[in-house]
Design a protein around this ligand. Structure first.
Ligand SMILES: Cc1cc2nc3c(=O)[nH]c(=O)nc-3n(C[C@H](O)[C@H](O)[C@H](O)COP(=O)(O)OP(=O)(O)OC[C@H]3O[C@@H](n4cnc5c(N)ncnc54)[C@H](O)[C@@H]3O)c2cc1C
Length: 388
């Protein structure tokens, strides 16, 4: 069930005075996802349904509006509420959750670092789903080492001219607004590029192991002209903005993975009670019980770590280590849990798309938005600095 569980309600209660209001909102979002997103999830995975119109409806439900102030079209609720919404979305359909989460990261960048005019022009339209957005950082020759970007933005009398390309971009070709990082003379900078633009084109939708409902492709810039007011914040600060945007987004990706793990766990739990071997349900065997216990414990721990990081972010403390811890733990946990779910299903797990797709979906997120290796380096360097 996508609907909010008693565990979510308890977590809300232990963190927020307004927990009943937040639970009501999340319950309604969960009900929408259960009715409109979950039944299509297998079809998004096998390509027999496109998610665009369902994504638009999810955005209309206020999914991305949760954390923004009312004056920019938001609901003015805490970040932790959005993080729990991401878990529900990850349960309903991971590809959809990835698409809307990255869409929201672009809105977050404009909200945090954009001018008042940019905020007024874009934030409300993006978070309400009137415009689809994309976050374009990775390049064919630099992912973890994103600061070494080859895409350049050269100053012109009218604004900037962008040349280069971005790789593996979620929502590429579907988005109306691209939050693009390109190097200027002062270093990495960030720009809002509106599509269509004659200087911008897109590659084919890449075939993927999982997250198949979401579109992933290259974004190419050839003499792509943008006005001077497309620059977000200050020239040379783009990489700092990217790091801050990714810190928040990593908590969301961790939570999305808690949802993916829970979807696989629920299926495995139910199957373990039905499938019989040696005269009993396989749930009677101690080694199955060990898997159930480990899956459930991992899911609970992942959710708590994501909420811990969300609370750190709400508290305006420096939270990049907490965010990275939440993402590393929750994404690796999800891969393990989905793997265990396949094991519980035996041969049916290996051959049933609706079981193994959860593992395929989860597998992305120990890579995207900071690999586990790079995030472990980040955690260690933050903790070493804190203890200095
Ligand atoms: C489906 C999908 C969607 C994506 N969506 C987006 C998007 O919307 N926007 C966007 O900008 N990007 C997106 N990405 C890109 C993603 O963020 C990158 O793939 C990721 O950051 C890793 O970069 P890379 O693929 O270049 O790997 P590399 O950086 O080349 O890493 C390769 C390997 O080397 C390891 N490695 C690298 N540096 C170190 C180090 N210092 N120490 C130890 N190990 C190291 C890595 O951990 C990894 O195992 C997406 C990717 C995919 C697959």
């Amino acid at each position: 069930m996508v609907l909010l569980t008693s565990e979510h309600r308890l977590l809300l209660k232990s963190n927020y005075a307004q927990h009943e209001v937040y639970a009501e909102l999340l319950g309604a979002l969960g009900a929408f996802m259960e009715e409109k997103v979950l039944p299509l999830s297998q079809k998004f995975d096998d390509g027999s349904a496109k998610m665009d119109s369902t994504r638009a409806r999810l955005l209309e439900q206020g999914f991305c509006q949760i954390g923004y102030p009312k004056e920019y079209g938001g609901l003015g609720l805490p970040f932790g509420v959005y993080v729990l919404a991401a878990e529900l979305a990850g349960y309903a359909d991971a590809g959809m959750a990835l698409s809307v989460a990255i869409h929201n990261t672009a809105a977050e960048g404009i909200f945090q670092f954009g001018s008042e005019d940019q905020k007024r022009k874009y934030v409300s339209d993006i978070i309400s789903g009137k415009k689809v957005a994309s976050f374009s950082l990775t390049e064919p020759t630099s992912g973890s080492d994103a600061k070494t970007m080859a895409t350049k933005a050269k100053k012109t009398p009218r604004g900037y001219m962008i040349n280069g390309s971005k790789a593996f971009i979620t929502n590429a070709g579907e988005a109306d607004v691209y939050f693009v990082f390109a190097a200027t003379e002062k270093g990495p900078s960030s720009f809002i590029v509106e599509s269509p633009n004659p200087g911008m084109s897109f590659g084919e939708d890449l075939p993927k192991l999982g997250m198949r409902g979401s579109r992933t492709s290259e974004v190419r810039f050839v003499d792509c002209e943008v006005p001077a007011d497309a620059l977000v914040g200050e020239e040379g600060q783009g990489f700092e903005y990217a790091k801050r945007m990714l810190s928040g987004s990593r908590i969301v990706m961790g939570s999305l993975c808690v949802g993916v793990a829970r979807a696989a766990y629920d299926k495995a739990l139910s199957y373990s009670k039905q499938r019989r071997a040696f005269g009993s349900p396989i749930s009677d065997f101690q080694l199955t019980k060990e898997k159930i216990a480990d899956m459930k414990t991992g899911i609970t721990a992942g959710r708590l770590l994501c909420m811990h990081a969300a609370r750190a972010r709400e508290g305006s403390v420096e939270y990049s280590s907490e965010a990275a811890q939440a993402k590393v733990f929750a994404t690796e946990m999800a891969v393990r849990v989905c793997d265990m779910a396949i094991q519980v299903f035996g041969g049916h797990g290996y051959t049933t798309e609706d079981v193994h797709r959860h593992w395929r979906d989860a597998r992305l997120l120990t890579i995207g938005e900071g690999t586990s290796e790079v995030l472990r380096l980040l955690i260690a360097s933050r903790e070493l600095a804190r203890s200095a």
